[in-house]
Ligand binder design. Structure first.
Ligand code: A2P
Length: 270
């Protein structure tokens, strides 16, 4: 009779511990913003627009993690992120130095409210973003479901400087050649404003909404709860001010459990 000995117990990591992924590419846009792509574990699933914890091994051996919106669409083999560089930020001061081949930590679970499930059906989808707040919308505009649900998609991006718009400009320019959503790219409008440098439109998006300039420029009626749905992503102040204007137009905030007419999420930094 043979007796199978149990294998010696190896130290087991918690099933919820982040996985270690490999950096595939890094692109620096300005001295404040960069994008990077990492490997995606086969088991990692997410809905376009969600965020996940990303980080590095801390000096004390503990993971240093922050929430990052996933900028790639849910069907992509890789994961893409668009990040601010905070000079004294505990994570981004180090993360901005990553190179292809380096390891980063990826949380196992994604969550978020900037998802189609949190909005009721509508005709027009507004995606209001400032700075790196465009990241979740980079995912949404590359998702075929977006064009199944809406006739028109309006992505607004406001940055301090023109160079900070480049990530979004390249993304939108590449959309027409996208195998999955290229045929719908004519239904996406990209509306850019820059506040601290010369640019054709130098207003904050809140000013453009309030004055009606946005709607005049687009040739569409003002925000209307009957037809329009809205997602908002930017700094806390931008969220508060934009949300107030959207609510003033009569739209109601939705969530995963109770879909409605607009959703809000902060662009996380640190
Ligand atoms: P401004 O230059 O007038 O502050 P940040 O990088 O600080 O998040 O800013 C990104 C963009 O968001 C900037 O163009 C900034 O304009 C704009 N912004 C900042 N606060 C608000 C706000 N409360 N409402 C709308 N836009 C804002």
């Amino acid at each position: 009779m043979t007796v199978t000995q149990p294998a010696a117990a190896a130290p087991v990591k918690s099933p919820n511990a982040p996985t270690e992924e490999t950096v595939l590419s890094v692109r620096h846009y300005t001295d404040r913003m960069f994008a990077f792509r990492i490997t995606r574990p086969a088991a990692f699933r997410f809905r376009s627009g969600e965020f996940v914890m990303i980080g590095l091994e801390g000096a004390n051996g503990k993971p240093l993690l922050r929430a990052y919106s996933i900028a790639s669409p849910s069907w992509d083999d890789e994961l893409e992120f668009f990040s601010i560089k905070v000079p004294d930020g505990p994570l981004t001061s180090r993360l901005q130095n990553i190179k292809p081949g380096d390891k980063v930590l990826l949380g196992r679970k994604s969550v978020g409210t900037l998802v189609h499930d949190a909005l009721t059906p509508g005709k027009r989808l507004y995606l209001f973003s400032t700075g790196t707040g465009i990241a979740p919308f980079a995912s949404i505009i590359r998702d075929p479901e977006t064009y199944e649900r809406f006739e028109q998609v309006i992505l607004t991006h406001t940055c301090r400087e023109a160079g900070e718009l480049k990530y979004g400009q390249e993304l939108v320019a590449a959309l027409k050649d996208d195998p999955l959503v290229g045929e719908h790219s004519g239904r996406l409008v990209h509306y850019t404003t820059v506040t601290r440098e010369p640019w054709p439109n130098q207003n904050r998006i809140t000013t453009c909404i309030e004055s009606g300039q946005l709607f005049a420029d687009l040739g569409v009626p003002p925000l209307d709860p009957a037809t329009d749905r809205v997602m908002i992503c930017g700094s806390l102040e931008m969220l508060a001010d934009t949300k107030a204007l959207v609510e003033k137009a009569g739209l109601i905030e939705g969530s995963n459990s109770s879909p409605a007419q607009f959703v809000v999420e902060k662009a996380f930094v640190g």
